[in-house]
Design a protein around this ligand. Structure first.
Ligand SMILES: O=c1ccn([C@@H]2O[C@H](COP(=O)(O)OP(=O)(O)O[C@H]3O[C@H](CO)[C@@H](O)[C@H](O)[C@H]3O)[C@@H](O)[C@H]2O)c(=O)[nH]1
Length: 487
């Protein structure tokens, strides 16, 4: 008799930059013949339900199971229906959000006891999943969102503390112990991100849990950062499986359009607009799922895009207060600009040949999605490890133009009226990337080469495809050993 499919529980963290790649990963494993179960909350499920339903309709794949847990809003002091980091009324509530997530431990443990999966793949931000795995004698594989380069820089800073002798926020210093010389400044360090919201203690528990984890699954591909994948294995002493770019498992237009949420623009309207533009002529402008600019910064951004004279798609989050009349702006830029207020079908847009540049905050998913489509970037990092991702894009991949921002925002500082970048600086960066010229031509060639390598990595026999197979094999061996122990 055939042994049962390997059964893996996937626990995503409730923030788009973490939820989306985890759902992709669960699908990837199901495509490889694993019985995947995603555990999430009702409103988060509604963001990706349609993709799972389509997946489950296909007779080629093992269907994906879903378990829904209610988030204890009132016990954690959160407003009703606040199930995702992107829907917090204020970032000052991040602490309550983390508390609510910690409270999911008992019902999650109960699910594991009842369904007895063979392994857990869970987000770095859910440290209690490591304890549950240990209690049930199964391996936990951690997913920490970023690339091995940034994780290695974070580790290098924590280990060697090179910033401690530096007084200036803007003086570059070397991070020791890395495969090549990496310079950062104090104002680029993600520690700022945690501000004073009491999140450090949660962060410590994530790192502690990571140390007690069986291995790491990363949304990257080996060829984009071979030295850093090896380095990360060495410093953590863990097995590391690079299985990305996971976004490439969304091959159908509808899956691309509905990835992460239902898009706020009709897919056909978006494609028709893009079809009317020349190849590589459109700049896509989006700052991920969490960033909120000050009203004055948003205005400068609009004026900069207007002044650049290039075509653009500009995504403005619906939580974002505008401070200017969008209608007037749209009338001025006319057909040169398409504004999406809310959720954009990002992967579908980047996939279109008219898109020739991406102005981004350098969230790792956005960087990798751009790389997967051969689109060079204008880098405008804001917080977390985004400055390190920028460093990787500009100095290692050499597929981007830096906008020149010196320092980021701390979590909770979005209300400030600061203008980080003025309209002329913005227009200048757009012109540098979107105008023809030898330097940009070379950049495009490098980006296209990386796109081809990324796509080969996820095809049969490619490095990421092989890596998924090796991870599954490892987990099957773990299961056999566990069953032998139990009998
Ligand atoms: O309108 C939108 C906005 C976002 N996205 C998707 O949402 C994800 C956003 O992820 P990312 O680009 O990584 O940005 P953040 O949401 O800001 O990600 C957080 O998580 C990342 C992974 O850990 C970190 O690299 C970032 O610093 C952190 O801010 C991507 O898949 C996008 O395709 C859309 O599809 N439509």
């Amino acid at each position: 008799m055939e042994p049962p499919h390997l059964h893996v529980f996937f626990f995503p963290f409730m923030s788009p930059g973490h939820l989306i790649p985890m759902v992709d990963r669960a699908r990837l494993f199901a495509i490889h013949g694993v019985k995947s179960t995603i555990i999430t909350t009702p409103l988060n499920l509604s963001r990706f339900r349609s993709i799972i339903d389509r997946h489950n309709c296909s007779s080629d794949y093992v269907p994906i199971d879903l378990h829904v847990l209610d988030l204890p809003f009132s016990a954690a002091g959160l407003p009703e229906n606040c199930e995702n980091l992107d829907s917090l009324p204020s970032r000052l509530m991040s602490y309550n959000f983390s508390k609510a997530i910690m409270m999911l431990r008992p019902p999650s443990s109960d699910l594991v006891r009842r369904h007895r999966p063979d392994a857990i793949i869970s987000d770095l931000n859910l440290p209690w999943t490591a304890e549950i795995a240990r209690e049930h004698g199964i391996p936990r594989i951690v997913f920490n969102g970023g690339c091995c380069f940034s994780l290695s820089v974070i580790d290098g800073v924590a280990r060697h503390k090179p910033h401690e002798n530096i007084s200036s926020d803007t003086e570059p210093f070397l991070v020791p112990g890395l495969p090549d010389p990496v310079f950062i400044t104090k104002s680029h360090m993600p520690e700022r991100f945690f501000g004073n919201l009491g999140l450090h203690e949660f962060f410590k528990s994530f790192m502690e849990a990571e140390r007690n984890t069986y291995g790491v699954v990363a949304n990257t591909f080996y060829e984009i950062e071979p030295e850093y994948v090896e380095h990360y294995k060495k410093i953590t002493g863990k097995k590391v499986w690079p299985v990305g770019p996971v976004s490439l498992c969304n091959k159908k237009a509808l899956d691309m359009a509905e990835r992460g949420n239902k898009a706020s623009i009709d897919k056909e309207r978006c494609l028709t607009w893009l079809d009317s533009k020349k190849p590589n002529s459109v700049l896509y402008v989006s700052f991920g799922s969490l960033c909120t600019f000050s009203q004055s910064q948003l205005l400068e951004l609009g004026l900069g895009l207007e002044a650049s004279n290039h075509s653009f798609i500009w995504v403005i989050r619906d939580h974002q207060e505008l401070g200017f009349a969008l209608k007037d702006f749209e009338e001025r830029v006319r057909d040169r600009g398409l504004i999406i207020r809310g959720w954009a079908p990002q992967v579908l847009i980047l996939n279109h040949e008219a898109v020739g540049g991406f102005m981004t905050h350098c969230g790792w998913n956005s960087v990798l999605e751009s790389v997967s489509e051969g689109v060079p970037l204008i880098t405008w990092p804001l917080f977390a490890e985004q400055f390190y991702n920028e460093n990787f894009v500009l100095h290692r991949l050499r597929i981007g133009v830096g906008i020149g921002v010196q320092s980021g925002l701390a979590w909770g500082e979005e209300e400030s009226s600061d203008v980080l970048m003025e309209k002329d600086q913005i227009a200048e960066a757009v012109t540098r990337l979107m105008s023809d010229g030898e330097i940009v031509e070379e950049m495009r060639k490098r980006a296209n080469r990386l796109r081809d390598i990324a796509r080969s990595a996820v095809e049969k026999g490619g490095s990421s495809h092989v890596s998924v197979g090796l991870l599954i094999e490892d987990l099957l061996n773990q299961r056999e050993e566990r069953l032998a122990r139990e009998h």
